[in-house]
Design a protein around this ligand. Structure first.
Ligand code: NAD
Ligand code: LMR
Length: 338
């Protein structure tokens, strides 16, 4: 009877294994910059995501502590911390999704572009390693200035001969999160039901929320819509000023980053109709990179969706953002070829 019991329990565990591997695929997620202000809460949120089977936490310092801490949480994923350049290959090998919040944040008085000199180099090195060690992974770029770091990544990947425009994403989800929060406050509608597309890029006027397409609809005056647009565009600065020298958004960004990563994983796993706004290679406008609604699928970007009807105010905003976005893209491309 002992034999019978053990063989039936072996069968059960085999069944369980088969069941779990066929219903929820194994997915390795790597976070680069995992010990930082965004990286730590993002590591926590990804540890809570049942779609993740392996969580790889990489930083130049402090990852052993973060990994030991997060690793004690009794959820599916196996957590490993990797510290220092010599361990970057192991951190990346086999990754399905790489999230990059590595780099310096703003202090009051700075623009995101003021971060370019430091962060461009960091992103360049990390993307060279991605090209080498996990060339098929989706990449979620959080490091600022996103308007330039995404084109840098694309050029580095092109140089390495593995660029797939469907797999590179600038994370603009925080702009959507903010637009939803601010809109719900003014429109007096339940925030959980709100949807607002945000297009363009991720800095100042290049952030263009389309409140004319917001749902549930509300009859807001043009003054209110102008104020909502400005608050969304200045959302990052609002946090930088409130933190008064201690950095920029980390907690709301971790939430937004986890939301977008979850959407990418769902897309990879074949869940239909996963649509999020993201800054991607695009032919929607004349600019080579542009944020808009994107349908996510098994290979990353499945479709870049049309902008839909814009109000006159939004049409003006779209034309006004193009010169800045264009020059940020060109700055990134130029840097990658230096
Ligand atoms: P932080 O300084 O708290 O953390 C950054 C982390 O990156 C640190 O732990 C640091 O050790 C690490 N790092 C530096 N160089 C590295 C390298 N070569 N490899 C791996 N890790 C490295 O900063 P933060 O508040 O977490 O912000 C990180 C970045 O995210 C900034 O550039 C910030 O502007 C950007 N950001 C973007 C958005 C967005 O919406 N896309 C929102 C908020 C912040
Ligand atoms: C944000 O929007 O909060 C981030 O891009 C960080 C910043 O510098 O504003």
């Amino acid at each position: 009877s002992v034999l019978v019991r053990s063989s039936s329990s072996a069968k059960q565990s085999l069944l369980r294994r088969n069941f779990s591997s066929s219903s929820v695929p194994e997915r390795k997620v790597a976070i680069l910059g995992a010990a930082g202000g965004i990286g730590q809460p993002l590591a926590l949120l990804m540890k809570l995501n049942p779609l993740v089977s392996s969580l790889s936490l990489y930083d130049i310092a402090n990852t052993p502590g973060v990994a030991a801490d997060v690793g004690h949480i009794n959820t599916r994923s196996h957590v490993v911390g990797y510290m220092g350049d010599e361990n970057l290959a192991k951190a990346l090998e086999g990754a399905d999704l790489v999230i990059i919040p590595a780099g310096v944040p703003r202090k009051p008085g700075m623009t995101r572009d003021d971060l370019f000199n430091i962060n461009a180099g960091i992103v360049k090195n990390l993307c060279s390693a991605i090209a080498k060690y996990c060339p098929h992974a989706l990449v979620n770029m959080i490091s600022n200035p996103v308007n330039s770091t995404v084109p840098i990544a694309a050029e580095i990947f092109k140089k390495a001969g593995m660029y797939d425009e469907k797999k590179l994403f600038g994370v603009t989800t925080l702009d959507v999160v903010r637009a939803k929060t601010f809109y719900a406050g003014k429109a007096n509608v339940p925030v959980a039901e709100v949807n607002v597309p945000v297009i363009g890029g991720h800095a100042g006027v290049t952030i263009l929320p389309l409140f004319s397409q917001a749902t549930p609809q509300a009859n807001l005056s043009s003054d209110v819509l102008t104020a909502l647009t400005k608050r969304t565009q200045d959302g990052g600065t609002e946090v930088v000023e409130a933190k008064a020298g201690k950095g920029s958004a980390t907690l709301s960004m971790a939430y937004a980053g986890a939301l977008f990563a979850d959407a990418c994983l769902k897309g990879l796993n074949g869940v239909p109709d996963v649509v999020e706004c993201s800054y991607v290679q695009s032919t929607i406008t004349e600019l080579p990179f542009f944020a808009s609604k994107v349908r996510l699928g098994k290979n990353g970007v499945e479709e870049v969706l049309d902008l839909g009807p814009l109000s006159d105010f939004e049409k003006e905003g779209l034309e006004a953002l193009k010169p800045e976005l264009k020059s940020s893209i060109e700055k990134g491309v130029k840097f990658a070829h230096q």
